[in-house]
Design a protein around this ligand. Structure first.
Ligand code: ZN
Length: 341
């Protein structure tokens, strides 16, 4: 067997056909209860006129909801006659995980966003990653993949873009960031970025412009996050010339945009032991190094003094763990470091 061949996944839609189609990717899944079965992954395709291909993904992780719901709103309101180009949208990319309410797929326990470039002969999740990279990202000019903190983390909304490396990509990135209208943006350094198993890495390998971000968390649905995903995406599609104007998306987002970075170990706070985590800060607080991030209480010997955990850098508290129960090694919080503009 070789991993170099065409994907074994098939699609019930024709990605080159004009008009709007809905259907499914079929991941072959021959198991005890279904000898010739497949796992369906919903896919929406809209093709009209001449223009770029935009691939939009939600629920890469199954317990992150602002991306999928924002994209569902976008699909419900899409007018084909205003489209110039092709939209390929998978709002519930990791459907088995969405249905289970889990980050990773319950079928094989594999994390889709740590599986690219995937495997032709892999587990269902690895096969899906292989299909997405070789069949869809490979023909996309733009790839949008919207995330949140899932059940175990909560984020203030923040848009991710790759840090431009030349004047042309600087100009395009600036236009996209302004159009999207999220007040926080994280520039990801391409050279310093070693993680090559994500959808963003796949987009880089295939030469597509990548847009991502975190838009909420706690396994809940943030109204602000959903609105940003839907309206921000519509404004970017309009800015790129893919969607013609209407009253809603012609209106620019009037926000002050601050750029941030975070990638160093000292930007993160981890639990040194298990117990009950009591945070000492709120999302959005400005933090200084040495400030207490919280206490970890010992429920088995409650007379013991709680263990203090401290922030190790200055920055904005952009993410925290909303669950009280923690084990050693769990991420409790992290900072975003403002950059001079
Ligand atoms: Zn995610």
């Amino acid at each position: 067997m070789t991993d170099s061949g065409k994907s074994l996944i098939t699609a019930t839609v024709n990605f080159d056909k004009g008009g709007i189609q809905t259907g499914f990717l079929r991941i072959p899944h021959s198991v005890d209860r279904s000898a010739y079965g497949y796992l369906p992954i919903p896919v929406f395709v809209a093709v009209n006129g001449e223009g770029p291909t935009v691939l939009m993904l939600g629920a890469n992780h199954g317990d992150e909801y602002e991306g999928p719901i924002g994209l569902m709103h976008l699909l419900h309101g899409l007018a084909l006659e205003r489209l110039q180009g092709r939209l390929i949208v998978l709002p519930t990319l990791n459907l088995p995980a969405v249905l289970a309410g889990t980050r990773t797929s319950p079928i094989d326990k594999v994390n889709l966003n740590r599986s690219f470039p995937g495997k032709r002969h892999g587990t269902p999740t690895e096969m899906l990653a292989h299909y997405i990279e070789t069949e869809l990202i490979s023909q996309a000019d733009f790839v949008f993949d919207f995330h949140s903190g899932g059940k175990t983390l909560s984020y203030l909304p923040i848009l991710f873009v790759l840090r431009p490396t030349d004047a042309a990509s600087q100009s395009l990135t600036d236009r996209i960031v302004r159009a999207f209208g999220c007040e926080r943006v994280r520039y990801i350094d391409q050279l310093a970025f070693n993680e090559d198993r994500t959808s963003g890495a796949a987009a880089r390998r295939r030469g597509a412009v990548f847009l991502s971000g975190e838009f909420g968390g706690c396994g809940s649905v943030s109204k602000e996050g959903v609105t940003l995903v839907e309206q921000g995406t519509l404004r970017v599609l309009h800015e790129l010339g893919v969607l013609g104007a209407d009253d809603e998306i012609s209106r620019p987002a009037l926000v002050n945009i601050q750029s941030f970075n975070y990638s160093r170990a000292e930007h993160y706070v981890y639990a040194p032991r298990g117990g009950l985590f009591e945070p000492s800060f709120s999302l959005g607080d400005s933090i200084v190094a040495g400030q207490r991030a919280g206490f970890i209480h010992d429920p088995a010997e409650p007379w013991n003094a709680p263990r203090e955990v401290l922030f190790q850098a200055d920055g904005l508290a952009i993410c925290y763990r909303p669950l009280a129960h923690v084990e050693a090694g769990d991420c409790l919080a992290h900072l975003a470091i403002p950059e001079a503009s």
